[in-house]
Design a protein around this ligand. Structure first.
Ligand code: ADP
Length: 384
């Protein structure tokens, strides 16, 4: 048996009585109104699950009622409109108002029962589905948060012993004055251990950054940064990568370039990442250009290489997590596909934008803008 409440809005007492008697027999709880105005009031007070609405009534007719109520698909109530044979215009208006359930007069009582039962079932079904979706979404969000938390904690725990191991390896390798001389073979073995430990460290740091991006807590500290100075420092740090492949680096930065408002470490991370990719995905003896110039209230930085390039399909996925392009270099060059995902979010969080242009076998240009000091303000936005 149904327990739903039904509001009958009709000025004809005999019709109200007939509908009420039929539905009461089905277990519905009945309310009445004689016109639209009264109907509105009762709707607000008793929130009926079903409204059976006549069109032609004194004071406020059915369409007037709908105009005031403004029914929406997500409303918990269903509206069934009683129509006559010639009510084509009114039916159209009802559809416009968001009502699509009709009962044409004269109707059989079995039709009335059927239409009302369908309306109740549909609304309840929709309501249950909505509840289910909400519960599931909440569960998934909680699960995802918990997973990020576990990942973040585990990664922190991995970093501590690794830092210690790397410290000892580097001490033996680089401080013969303290630790004693090494044979060539031992130096080469420890060199391999150091290289792999550094790779692992970079991976762990990337994963930690991804979890910060996703939790929206990047902790940025924007200050005025001199681009030229930063780039010189970065290139000194990367000297090994540059000489290893004999890359020619061209710097094109005007002396009067405004400073940028940015977190210094994160700026360095962005440029290091783009340069490291430019070196990684270029052949030996290639040229990599880094240029910077003012652009409106921003400073634009371009990292231009003449390397393998990226196909049009891969370009669309480049900034997504774990994506690595399908070219011959990626199989040879180690990487995680996290770098550009992090870079994109860092630039965005500091009020900038990043984009790229590339042609296969010709080269790639990554460009980003960050607010110039005194220009647009750097704002940290939570991760999408
Ligand atoms: P990783 O380099 O660790 O794989 P990134 O997120 O930095 O991760 O880059 C994602 C992918 O984009 C790389 O695997 C590579 O295929 C491609 N890519 C990035 N920069 C370049 C570039 N300058 N030239 C060619 N391909 C690039």
């Amino acid at each position: 048996m149904h327990q739903a409440s039904v509001l009958i809005i009709d000025d004809e007492p005999s019709v109200r009585k007939m509908i009420a008697a039929t539905l009461e027999g089905e277990g519905y709880h009945i309310h009445y109104a004689e016109n639209g105005l009264e109907g509105l009031e009762i709707t607000r007070i008793v929130s009926p699950e079903i409204v059976i609405l006549d069109l032609k009534m004194p004071e406020m007719d059915g369409l007037g009622f709908l105009e005031e109520l403004k029914p929406k698909p997500e409303d918990p109530r269903a509206i069934i409109v009683l129509t006559g044979h010639g009510d084509v215009k009114e039916i159209e208006a009802c559809y416009q108002a968001g009502v699509n359930s009709f009962l044409r007069k004269p109707f059989h009582l079995a039709e009335l029962r059927g239409v009302v039962k369908n309306a109740v079932d549909l609304k309840r079904h929709a309501f249950n589905l909505d509840q289910l979706v909400q519960t599931r979404t909440k569960q998934l969000e909680e699960e995802s948060m918990a997973k990020s938390q576990v990942l973040s904690t585990a990664t922190h725990e991995l970093r501590t012993p690794l830092t210690s191991m790397l410290g000892y390896v580097q001490r033996v390798l680089h401080r013969p004055d303290k630790v004693g001389p090494l044979t060539d073979r031992r130096r080469s073995y420890l060199g391999a251990a150091e290289k792999n430990a550094l790779r692992l460290k970079a991976l762990i740091e990337n994963i930690l950054d991804v979890s910060k991006v996703e939790a929206g807590n990047l902790d940025l500290d924007p200050v005025e940064v001199d681009v030229r100075e930063q780039i010189d420092d970065i290139l000194t740090e990367m000297e090994y990568d540059i000489t290893e492949k004999q890359i020619e680096v061209v710097i094109d930065i005007p002396d009067d370039l405004p400073q940028v408002m940015t977190d210094q470490l994160r700026f360095s991370q962005i440029v290091t990442n783009l340069l490291s990719n430019a070196f990684k995905y270029s052949p030996e003896f290639a040229t990599v250009t880094i240029s910077a110039r003012p652009a409106d209230k921003f400073v634009q930085v371009d990292v231009i290489d003449t390397g393998v390039g990226i196909s049009k399909t891969d370009q669309t996925k480049l900034f997504t997590k774990f994506f690595r392009a399908d070219n011959s270099s990626t199989t040879e060059v180690p990487g995680t596909g996290l770098g550009l995902f992090i870079v994109k979010h860092l630039v965005g969080a500091m009020g900038g934008r990043i984009w790229m242009e590339s042609e296969e076998d010709v080269g790639t240009t990554f460009s980003f803008v960050l607010p110039a000091s005194g220009g647009a303000l750097a704002v940290e936005r939570p991760a999408a």
